[in-house]
Design a protein around this ligand. Structure first.
Ligand SMILES: [Zn+2]
Length: 314
């Protein structure tokens, strides 16, 4: 009956320090375009990203992760490892304006390839090893532009090892890697594909992303990434995979991240808009569940809203 006692014995605390806020960088100037399936989420040009990052930091959120949408896409995703690509530009600009914000980059090719796949395609196959080389180059350009951490999201084999070697050879021995270690082939990514303009033109990602039914496989994937040098391991999506998150945290005891993905966000937003759920309450319950299941870090589109909520409910 006593809310003070209830708060004092609370076991799980979601805090702003847990949040990583995803941002979509597009070419141009003065661009701020809302993603229709993700109310409150925008594609932004570098100048707008700089302002956004200052606001994110002022709200007390410690970190952002950048996804880039290039001017032009091609077969080999050249924009991903271009020194002057959109993400590389955003890194330099934000580092100058808001140096205390932790800048993480998504390392993948799918936003940059004309076919929308995460790597090089030959025939109807996505080839692993050549793709991994390009991912390592991409990670290096991010590091050189000021990234504080890189996050490979492709799920190809051997990419953490290749990125680690590339960073080490070029003086970035201390730059950590957060690997998307257990990433499922999920329908919950739908709205993201609009935000990142990365829908595959043919086929799907089932040749390298995991079957939603598997958990032992997830533990093997995580073990492999740790062995290759991952500093933080991620489970993605979050809420449909809380058991996976729990087992990863229990088994390895590593710093563990969960990606509360676009579909999880959009479902809450849509239901709240229809008046079917209390959006704020469901948001906090979702984030609490993810934390309770073992996440140390939560990548979430709710970060700003949840930060404001936490400020007003102290
Ligand atoms: Zn990808």
């Amino acid at each position: 009956m006593n809310q003070t006692i209830r708060a004092m014995v609370r076991e799980t605390h979601v805090g702003k320090d847990d949040f990583i806020y995803p941002l979509f960088v597009v070419p141009g100037n003065g661009v701020k375009k809302e993603v229709s399936s993700m109310p409150g989420v925008y594609q932004m040009s570098v100048d707008q990203i700089v302002r956004e990052c200052a606001e994110v930091r002022a709200l007390g959120i410690p970190a952002v992760i950048f996804f880039g949408i290039p001017e032009e896409k091609d077969e080999v995703g050249s924009g991903a490892y271009d020194d002057n690509g959109v993400v590389q530009q955003a890194l330099r600009a934000v580092k100058k304006e808001t140096p205390e914000l932790l800048l993480i980059t998504d390392v993948c090719l799918c936003e940059y390839t004309s076919h929308g796949h995460c790597g090089i395609v030959r025939g109807d196959e996505i080839v692993n090893d050549e793709s991994v080389e390009l991912l390592a180059r991409e990670a290096l350009t991010h590091a050189q532009a000021g990234a504080d951490m890189v996050a490979p999201s492709d799920m190809f084999d051997g990419r953490v090892k290749a990125i680690r070697a590339m960073l080490d050879e070029n003086g970035f021995q201390n730059l950590p890697i957060m690997s998307y270690a257990a990433k499922y082939a999920s329908g919950f990514y739908g709205p993201f594909r609009e935000a990142a303009e990365s829908t595959p033109k043919f086929g799907d990602r089932r040749s390298h992303q995991m079957d939603p039914a598997n958990v032992e496989e997830a533990l093997r994937e995580v073990a492999q990434d740790i062995q290759e040098g991952a500093d933080i391991v991620m489970v993605k999506p979050a809420t449909p995979y809380l058991d996976v998150l729990w087992r990863v945290k229990e088994r390895f005891g590593m710093p563990t991240a969960a990606y509360n993905v676009s579909g999880e966000y959009s479902l809450v937003k849509a239901a709240a808009r229809l008046g079917w759920v209390d959006g704020e309450r469901v948001m906090m319950e979702m984030l609490t569940g993810i934390k309770r299941a073992g996440a140390d870090l939560i990548l979430t589109y709710f970060a700003k809203e949840a930060a404001r909520y936490l400020d007003s409910h102290r």
